[in-house]
Design a protein around this ligand. Structure first.
Ligand code: S3P
Length: 416
């Protein structure tokens, strides 16, 4: 039985976080239409309320009244790395004392990538892991070359730059998602992006943001699970509508196309500063491929899912240059190799990725390790097994895609 039907998956997590965080410190009202209300974004909403912003829910629309004077607060970022890292940059230049905490997984994730450059800007931060305390104070601009491709680090530094004296320049040798650069000018920021031979230079001048309106498109990282399912489950044909088609986000869709997947993109249009469209994927014969180098950041969150898709291709696949996977919600190289291994997938862990060989998905008992992307990948795997796959911790998918299980079931049943 295949996956059939059309669906608008929940809204984009990265864009939702940014709309709320920027709105929190903007003068006046910010209207966010169709935000994602997964657990990570709820952590962000709670945090900005603790900082003194007001958030009013009006159906699918949220109205934020920003605050220019942040309130000292303890900010619980839950499982969300984006909340913690962006908040660190956001609050560092404001007077006050801010304690950033998170759950067990977040407390193990490296924060030095933001604390080191923020300290270079003059920030006073205790700790390089959560819980961290930031004593807000005046900042100076820096010129900084990102040592790793990370939109979270880039965004944190641009937010700090809004409060620094002088122009902050971030040099990004390898492109990462660029929602912050697209959205900050909508809030009135004086921000420019220069494309150089060795990457992008993003410059931001100090200034106060002004409230604006943000429409949040559907999340390509959530749609990816349905694209994958449609490509590998026999007799499938799925359309996901209104998906953000920003090239810094759809590396996985490009990988599926390279593997030979039957992909159609229609109805491309602009939604604010982002391009959106409808993506249809049908069951396809796939060949293996290599994902490496600059291809990694645009599909970093989809690599666990890629491991499953690659197991259904006719030839082996390789992921390399993806050591960042080890510091995500779980060590995603270890957890993916372990859990897909339980299901009989022939895959091998390497230092910075994995090698996957064509395999048949068996039955078994697997765990999500509390990782939302693992839970959803394993739920897609379940559609391929002749036997039963039991998933411990399946509810982790609520972090980015509440109702994933129900949506998958609906598409699976639509052809009965
Ligand atoms: C995100 C950036 C990525 C990504 C994460 C969301 C963002 O992390 O993995 O899920 O919204 O900026 P890094 O910036 O650490 O690569």
């Amino acid at each position: 039985m295949g996956l059939k039907g059309s669906i608008r998956v929940p809204s984009d997590k990265s864009i939702t976080h940014r709309a709320f965080l920027f709105g929190a410190v903007a003068k006046g009202k910010t209207v966010v239409r169709n935000p994602l209300l997964g657990e990570d974004c709820r952590s962000t909403i709670q945090a900005i309320e603790s900082l003194g912003a007001s958030v009013v829910e009006q159906g699918e629309t949220f109205v934020i009244e920003g605050t220019e004077q942040l309130t000292s607060a303890r900010l619980d970022c839950g499982n969300s790395g984006t909340t913690m890292r962006l908040l660190a940059g956001l609050v560092a230049g404001y007077e006050g004392e801010f304690q950033l905490t998170g759950d067990d997984s977040l407390s193990k994730r490296p924060m030095k990538r933001v604390t080191v450059p923020l300290r270079e800007m003059g920030a006073q931060i205790e700790g390089d892991f959560a819980p961290m305390t930031i004593h807000g104070r005046a900042l100076q601009a820096i010129d900084y070359t990102l040592p790793i491709a990370s939109a979270q680090v880039k965004s944190a530094l641009l937010l700090a730059g809004l409060r620094a004296s002088g122009v902050t320049t971030i040099h990004e040798p390898m492109l990462s998602r660029d929602h912050t650069e697209r959205m900050l000018p909508m809030f009135g920021a004086d921000l420019t992006v220069e494309e150089g031979q060795d990457g992008r230079f993003i410059r931001v001048a100090p200034g106060v943001l002004r409230g604006t309106e943000v429409d949040v498109p559907a999340d390509p990282s959530s749609a990816a699970f349905l694209w994958a399912g449609a490509a590998i489950v026999p007799d499938s044909d799925v359309t996901t509508t209104d998906v953000c088609l920003n090239e810094t986000r759809i590396g996985f869709l490009r990988t599926l196309q390279r593997m030979g997947a039957d992909v159609t993109i229609e109805n491309e249009r602009k939604l604010g500063e982002e391009t959106v469209g409808d993506v249809t994927v049908r069951t396809s014969r796939l060949q293996g491929t290599t994902v490496e180098g600059p291809m990694i950041p645009s599909q970093i969150d989809e690599l666990p899912l890629f491991a499953l898709v690659a197991s259904q291709a006719s030839t082996p696949s390789v992921v390399r240059d993806a050591a960042e996977l080890r510091v995500k919600e779980t060590d995603r190289i270890k957890t993916v190799v372990q859990e897909l291994g339980v299901l009989g997938v022939d895959l091998e862990e390497t230092e910075d990725g994995f090698i996957v060989k064509p395999s048949t998905i068996q039955e078994g008992k697997v765990q999500s390790h509390g990782d939302h992307r693992l839970s959803m990948m394993l739920q897609v795997a379940r559609l391929l097994s002749k036997g039963w796959i039991e998933i411990e911790g399946i509810e982790a998918s609520d972090i980015s895609y509440p109702q994933f299980h129900e949506d998958l079931q609906r598409l699976h049943r639509e052809i009965e």
